[in-house]
Design a protein. Structure first.
Length: 282
């Protein structure tokens, strides 16, 4: 019996590891199915011409001349890898994150799959998505135990705004169309109004002299605060533009919540890889 007692901790740990790995496989297969569904609805577009933006506010015209090469086709889908850090609060530690994201430009949609490794055999897995006009977030410990889940109209709206702000990574999605309209403000900014089904939200984009988008600000987004949605001003920052597949995109991004309790800088990411119109998972 003594050898059974000695082996019990080892067997318990082994069973936990195996079950976690199985859970991770099931989680990733679900994500892969959702990605295939997302991409099946995405539609590629025609070649972009200058007349597509000639009626837009001046900073938008500057932007498209800056980022798009001659003869660029409208992007139907994108997939990208991002690496960075996130934290839930000023008093919380930063967590290293590795993520993959899959995007449909028309209609708007994305699936973000992220992993935060806490210890060699301890991790958190996240799936944040906007698909079929609905937003949802799932957070699991070791791909098994649900830590958090969010859905509902506030999540739908916030997810649609995430798609809009991240469209700087797939710029032809920022051309006006069925889901997006622009309103002029001044020579350095313009207001985007995004619509999808019954959802409508807006954000202000800020441009530098060359035309690069440097900042996006919206007051229509929600964050989770003590288990409930809290509306707050959200700011996204974009830096270090580089050419990827002929298109200029930011390779460093950050995000901040502007709160009554003080600003919370909660996300910093670098672009590792991006592909356009490769409609299948990594």
């Amino acid at each position: 019996m003594s050898w059974i007692i000695l082996l019990f901790p080892f067997l318990l740990i082994s069973a936990l590891i195996v079950s976690s790995l199985i859970g991770r496989l099931i989680f990733r297969r679900r994500v892969a199915r959702e990605v295939n569904g997302l991409f099946s609805a995405a539609s590629p577009g025609s070649v972009v011409v200058s007349s597509d933006w000639q009626e837009l506010p001046e900073p938008l015209q500057r932007y498209f001349r800056f980022v798009l090469p001659e003869g660029q086709a409208r992007i139907g889908s994108a997939r990208l890898k991002l690496a960075g850090m996130m934290r839930a609060d000023k008093n919380k530690s930063w967590m290293k994150i590795e993520s993959e994201e899959y995007v449909s430009c028309h209609p708007p949609g994305f699936i973000w799959h992220a992993v935060a490794k806490l210890l060699p055999l301890l991790w958190i897995e996240v799936c944040d998505c906007y698909y079929g006009g609905k937003g949802e977030m799932r957070v699991l410990l070791m791909s098994l135990k649900k830590l958090a889940a969010s859905s509902g109209r506030e999540m739908d709206q916030s997810s649609l705004l995430r798609w809009l702000s991240e469209a700087v990574m797939f710029p032809t999605a920022l051309l006006p169309g069925e889901h997006l309209a622009w309103k002029p403000i001044d020579s350095k900014s313009a207001k985007a109004v995004v619509r999808n089904g019954e959802l409508t939200a807006s954000a202000i984009f800020y441009f530098d002299k060359r035309g690069a988008i440097r900042k996006v600000v919206t007051a229509d987004k929600y964050r989770d605060f003590k288990g409930k949605p809290e509306k707050a001003v959200w700011i996204g920052y974009f830096h270090n533009y580089q050419r990827k597949s002929g298109i200029l995109v930011p390779t460093e991004v950050g995000a901040t919540w502007k709160l009554p309790r003080g600003n919370l800088n909660y996300a910093r990411f670098k672009l590792v890889e991006i592909d356009y119109d490769q409609p299948f998972p990594y």
